[in-house]
Design a protein around this ligand. Structure first.
Ligand SMILES: Cc1ncc(C[n+]2csc(CCOP(=O)(O)OP(=O)(O)O)c2C)c(N)n1
Ligand SMILES: [Mg+2]
Length: 203
């Protein structure tokens, strides 16, 4: 991980992006985090430079922690690429398609295992994404083949404005139970809406 990054620095980067968005400087959606910085830093203490990271539409914290320079990241977000940030040179890729990153992450882990590699795959998904069929199949395959992958479920309780547990009539997320292999699940309460930074922007 990028050792120079603290909770305060992550929040400062994100607040700057929120301000840019609210000042109509970004002509594309942004999806912000807030509230999960310590969990993210804890996870990235385990992520090695040669590891692979697969994310969703919300991936600026992962990019910073994987080593992507803040200036480059900010410019790409200003250029409208926030939902699909990909940096092959840092082994980090994002997909704006719900579940789109999961089979790619699992396939990468399969490739590493077949070639006898030592790197690990980290796949970030939202709480609703973790309840999809593709997540079930990929997790099952990864556990039964003991692939070098960890799926991180980032539980903000919502899919856009819809409550995930209510949709499925669940008391707890399916993969939040203790002892499920190859899963890290953490909760956070964001201060931002699903997309944007709170101000309606029109061009
Ligand atoms: C295949 C597909 N369907 C719908 C969408 C629209 N969409 C974007 S984010 C999102 C919510 C997903 O919720 P969750 O997995 O909990 O992620 P969060 O945004 O809360 O981190 C939806 C439905 C999409 N991007 N891709
Ligand atoms: Mg969610």
């Amino acid at each position: 991980m990028n050792d120079l990054l603290s909770r305060e620095k992550l929040i400062a980067f994100e607040t700057d992006i929120a301000d840019c968005f609210n000042a109509a400087m970004i002509k594309a959606p942004v999806h912000l985090y807030h509230g999960n910085e310590l969990q993210m830093i804890r996870i990235f203490k385990r992520v090695q430079p040669a590891d692979w990271v697969f994310c969703s539409w919300r991936s600026h914290y992962q990019c910073l922690l994987k080593g992507v320079p803040g200036d480059q990241l900010k410019q790409d977000i200003l250029d409208g690429r926030s939902i699909s940030l990909c940096y092959p040179e840092y082994n980090i890729f994002s997909s704006a398609i719900v579940g789109g990153n999961i089979p790619i992450a699992t396939g990468m882990a399969l490739d590493i295992k077949r070639k006898g590699g030592v790197s690990h795959v980290w796949c970030f998904v939202g709480d609703m994404t973790s309840e999809t069929g593709t997540f079930y199949e990929n997790h099952k395959y990864a556990v039964l083949h003991d692939l070098p992958v960890t799926y991180i479920i980032e539980d903000n309780g919502k899919s856009v404005c819809t409550e995930t547990l209510r949709v499925w009539n669940l008391e707890k997320l399916t993969y939040s139970k203790k002892g499920v292999k190859k899963i890290i699940c953490y909760k956070y309460k964001t201060r931002y809406p699903h997309a944007g930074a709170g101000k309606r922007i029109q061009f």
